[in-house]
Design a protein around this ligand. Structure first.
Ligand code: KIV
Length: 267
């Protein structure tokens, strides 16, 4: 059985945490028996399950449905569910309503995108007993504002902003923070700056743990494979073995390797 306390203890002890996205009961069950530390019912489901061009069309009902399926498949695994676009940005009360729906469906924690602008919402939810995972760096729900799926925090100023955002979210009560598509040096600085686990995706090996979209791990994601992904299926005898290989590679810090990482702009 994994829970927030155990995840924090493992991170404090220097163990790397291996998270994966899951959207259904069968994959979630495999992850539970393969040593995955936590599963994320990510709004990437819009792209990999529904075939959408972005995560923006994903609804609260979609995430609720998939969270319930994952919770049935992996009853002993810590489950994080994404608050989808438009379900939390209006105000903390809207976020509470949406988070409560996901917690009732079986989530143990919700994830939301954004830095300082979300600090009050993070404090509001955590004060009401809802664990919150922040998400900084590349924010897929802001894809149109940032002009595409691009590496973030490449300049010194943007890196400092991200570190400040991470500190603020942690002070506001976030129990962990996902950092996506940022230079490894910046992720390392964030990880040293806060005490809650920092979980990277395209953020280098110095984070407290990694998260990967399961379809990237299996090499079946539609479109161009992101630089930070590794096809574990290509080197394994089956899906369970590929998931175990991912967990082992995260734990022994052989994934992510240099070729999966991004560098900051030279200053
Ligand atoms: O929705 C998702 O799967 C995510 C991961 C990419 C971290 O947020």
């Amino acid at each position: 059985m994994s829970n927030l306390l155990k995840l924090q203890q493992r991170a404090d002890a220097g163990e790397k945490l291996a998270f994966l996205t899951a959207y259904d009961a069968s994959f979630a069950a495999l992850m539970q028996t393969s040593g995955v530390d936590a599963v994320l019912v990510g709004d990437t489901l819009g792209m990999v399950i529904q075939g959408q061009r972005s995560t923006l069309p994903v609804t609260l009902a979609d995430i609720t449905y998939h969270t319930a399926a994952v919770a049935r498949g992996a009853p002993d695994t810590f489950i994080i569910a994404d608050l989808p676009f438009g379900s939390y940005q209006a105000n903390p009360a809207q976020a509470l309503q949406s988070a409560a729906t996901l917690m009732a469906a079986g989530a143990h924690c919700i994830k939301l995108e954004g830095g300082a602008v979300m600090a009050n919402t993070v404090a509001f939810l955590t004060a009401r007993g809802i664990p919150v995972c922040g998400h900084l760096g590349l924010l897929p729900q802001s894809v149109h504002a940032i002009g595409g799926y691009k590496v973030q925090a490449k300049t010194a100023a943007a890196a400092q902003q991200l570190i400040d955002d991470a500190k603020l979210l942690a002070r506001s009560g976030a129990c962990m923070i996902v950092v996506e598509a940022i230079p490894s040096q910046v992720a390392k600085a964030v990880t040293s700056a806060i005490t809650v686990p920092v979980i990277g995706i395209g953020a280098g090996a110095d984070c407290n743990g990694q998260v990967l979209v399961i379809y990237d791990l299996l090499g079946i994601s539609p479109g161009k494979t992101p630089r930070f992904a590794r096809n574990f299926m290509a080197e394994s005898s089956g899906i369970a073995a590929a998931i175990s290989a991912y967990v082992a590679a995260v734990k022994n810090v052989s994934f992510p390797a240099a070729e999966h990482c991004y560098l900051a702009d030279p200053s």
